[in-house]
Design a protein around this ligand. Sequence first.
Ligand SMILES: Cc1cc2nc3c(=O)[nH]c(=O)nc-3n(C[C@H](O)[C@H](O)[C@H](O)COP(=O)(O)OP(=O)(O)OC[C@H]3O[C@@H](n4cnc5c(N)ncnc54)[C@H](O)[C@@H]3O)c2cc1C
Length: 477
Amino acid sequence: MMHFMKGVALPFSAAKEWLEVVDKAFRFLGYHRFYPPVLKKSQKVVILEKRPTYGGNSIINGGEYNAWDDEFHLRQQLNLGDDSAELHKNDTLKGGDNYGSPDLVAMLTAKAPDALNWMLDKGGLKLRQILNRTGGHSAYRTHTCVEGVGRGYTEAIKKIAEGNGSEIRLNSTLTWIWRKDSDAQSPVEGIEVQTGKKTKNIKITNALILASGGFSRDIKMRQSFNPSIVPEFNCTNQPGATGEVIRYAQAIGADTLQMAFIQLYPYAEPETGILDAPAVYPFRGPGYGIVYVNKMGKRFVNEMERRDVVSMAQIKTGMKPTFSIFNEEMIPKMGTKEEVEKGIEKGRFVRAETLAELAEKLHIPADVFQETIANHNKYLAENKDPDFGRQFTKAMMPLVNGPFYAIAQWPAVHHTMGGLRINQDAMVIDIFGNPIPRLFAAGEVTGGIHGANRLGGNAIPDCVVFGRIAGTSAIKG
Ligand SMILES: Cc1cc2nc3c(=O)[nH]c(=O)nc-3n(C[C@H](O)[C@H](O)[C@H](O)COP(=O)(O)OP(=O)(O)OC[C@H]3O[C@@H](n4cnc5c(N)ncnc54)[C@H](O)[C@@H]3O)c2cc1C
């Protein structure tokens, strides 16, 4: 998804699965005459990808997926408290300063567990036996795939899509969308696609689903909507995240919204902006007691805060980088020992037996740093953080026993929350408020879901939930 619906795409499997669920619900309610539309044999699903490899940001992402439940009931198994669709919805709306559409957010959060179970059951997705409470969330709901990277989800979806006859065409760039006119009745008729030096048109008989991602990599586009996201910022995204498809859709009348909302990821590698496996630990850690400190060895923010708040607090320190601090006991809650050992080999994690030794390795004042950690331990024991108001939970651990670990972190451009306006059927809406016939969109190319700030781990469910809805809508025509 994310990816499997580039260009002309009807994810037959997604639609079929979803329709089975709807069908069951209708039957349960006594409506026995519900006949779901199905993809005819003559219809073909083609997925266009401009890059030489498939996957976009989805294949390199941190593998974090928010759902208030799953078929294993992991949260209940791990005794990590309560959660619900309503709570996930409220956190998402609040985390985006209530700029997200309540209807779309309700859809995303209600269906996140189903979409996860679909990838587990049909795509062979596997999850780690951990669950995290991450910045801006009030519950432990962030799942991680075994790979610890988005490939776990994209491979599952690719398997489902290809198993149902979808064809992925690499090095195939969408360069235009054809629509006769912007009259409300006028459907999308075709697309222009460039492969190498050749350009050809493809007729759209049923539906065009746009799933081309965001525009974090296009500095000019970023600047035109939000000049505060200066070119000097690093970026976590793959090079293909350039947003031109949003422009092509606009050219045929599509509406956009909230394009100025652009997110920084607070924990990227400070010099390159890379978001690799180690850079996900600071994101996973808050629910287990990870502490963020600046170069003076002091805390500078409530670690439970949203990404925009943490990023701004980092920038305000005026001292690059900041660090996440954790100990050995926290590792199995956030990831794996092997991952951490690999990270140490690469120079990403720093390990020390004592806090004083860790401070020395990080070139930060040892006395201040030790006092900071001792104070945080005390706050945790007393369940009160007078400095930053951190919300403590029973699952959090004090930083008492070594070895201790640190990772350097700094904000980098990460996610564009704005994009194409869609309705609850994932149909693209034009500037007059009408759905554009045969045009659908899902994932980061859309806007209006995450509001001013996306909560980490909400993008993959956004892509999968709305990808499935787009597929179902597209098949209905
Ligand atoms: C490093 C990183 C880590 C992240 N970690 C997480 C996480 O753990 N959890 C989470 O929920 N979110 C995470 N996110 C965000 C999430 O990965 C993205 O929002 C999501 O993958 C977007 O999916 P998509 O399908 O919309 O776009 P993508 O997966 O980016 O796919 C879009 C594809 O469209 C192609 N394309 C673009 N234009 C054209 C064109 N003109 N013609 C043909 N093809 C085109 C692109 O090359 C790309 O392959 C992360 C993002 C990054 C960058």
